[in-house]
Design a protein around this ligand. Structure first.
Ligand code: CMP
Length: 143
């Protein structure tokens, strides 16, 4: 079973999209292991977006993600990394298909409502950046 890190970005929180996004993941059959409304500090944000450090928009990206609270979540499910990326849709709203979260709700590339890990390695790294491993719901508490 895979785990992934999903985050409603500041624009999504401000627009009241937390419930809609949680609903889509629950209806898909995924299991929520932990969630927290949090304001990300500079160092956690820089670590989270480390792969974009050399990009010209890195500063704006960090400023945006630290600007107001995000809703950070850990979800579990079969093939959740790939399935959640499909549910989220492409980065650019001009390419994100209707029916995907970004296709239905995002209109700017820089503020595109939601983040989802793109690989198993990223998921482990991102979960550990934001959550204590002992604070994740375990399977014996699920059924
Ligand atoms: P995401 O894929 O979640 O993580 C990296 C983010 O960088 C991406 O979403 C976009 O929101 C953002 N991004 C991509 N391209 C640009 C850009 N040209 N300017 C600002 N932000 C960008």
């Amino acid at each position: 079973m895979q785990r992934t890190f999903i985050m409603v970005k500041p624009d999504g929180v401000k627009r009241g999209l937390i419930g809609e996004i949680v609903k889509r993941f629950e209806q898909k059959g995924f299991v929520l292991l932990n969630a927290e409304l949090m304001t990300i500090d500079q160092s956690k944000a820089e670590y989270h977006y480390e792969e974009h450090k050399a990009k010209p928009f890195f500063g704006e990206l960090v400023d945006f993600i630290t600007s107001s609270p995000v809703f950070a979540m850990v979800w579990e499910g079969e093939n959740i990394i790939d399935v959640s990326r499909t549910m989220i849709g492409k980065t650019s709203p001009t390419e994100a298909q209707p029916g995907t979260i970004r296709g239905d709700f995002a209109f700017k590339k820089e503020e595109n409502v939601i983040h989802g890990s793109d690989s198993l390695e990223s998921a482990e790294r991102e979960i550990a950046n934001f959550f204590d491993p002992l604070q994740l719901r375990s399977s014996d508490q699920m059924f």
